[in-house]
Design a binder for this molecule. Structure first.
Ligand code: SME
Length: 158
């Protein structure tokens, strides 16, 4: 099965899983599990933009995920995730060792894709995927993964 065929099946699966569910966490949990199981990535999960404990700002906080344990909080502009948030754009990193400031949650991660989820122009969450191999992600992954998480940005829920 090609990568495109796997993603086409994922689109149908995720549409079915999320169609009647309005809870964002529940949908993130099933989307992460569906992607991870189908594609065999090293780590697949979400970070949500939430207020810092002291209320002074916002930071990325670990959400539903599949894979090894991960960093719980990431600040604006830090690492691949914080940079994607700051720049409000998808980042594809072919070799994480070449990305200045990359946050190594797992020593096995070699490449990464981070897709911001926007609501009314603001980043509210991110889909973050790590691969144990170099240069895993391309425009095909970006296209399908963006479609897979688009509904999360339009639910109006948080
Ligand atoms: N590598 C990310 C941190 C999150 S983990 O990969 C799950 C980063 O540099 O932001």
């Amino acid at each position: 099965m090609t990568k495109e065929q796997k993603y086409e099946e994922l689109l149908l699966e995720v549409a079915g899983l999320t169609a009647d569910e309005t809870d964002e966490i529940a949908n993130m949990a099933n989307i992460a599990a569906a992607i991870h199981t189908k594609m065999g990535f090293h780590w697949t999960g979400f970070y949500r933009v939430l207020p810092t404990p002291d209320g002074s700002g916002e930071e990325l906080v670990l959400g539903p995920f599949q894979g090894p344990v991960a960093c719980t909080r990431i600040r604006f502009g830090r690492g691949v995730c914080g940079t994607a948030w700051k720049e409000r754009r998808t980042l594809i990193v072919p070799d994480v060792e070449q990305f200045p400031g990359h946050i190594a949650c797992s020593a096995l991660s070699r490449s990464e894709i981070v897709i911001p989820i926007l609501r009314k122009g603001a980043v509210v969450a991110e889909l973050d995927i790590d691969s144990a191999e170099l240069d895993t992600f391309d425009a095909v992954d970006e296209h399908y993964l963006t479609v897979l998480v688009t509904s999360l940005g339009s639910t109006g829920k948080s």
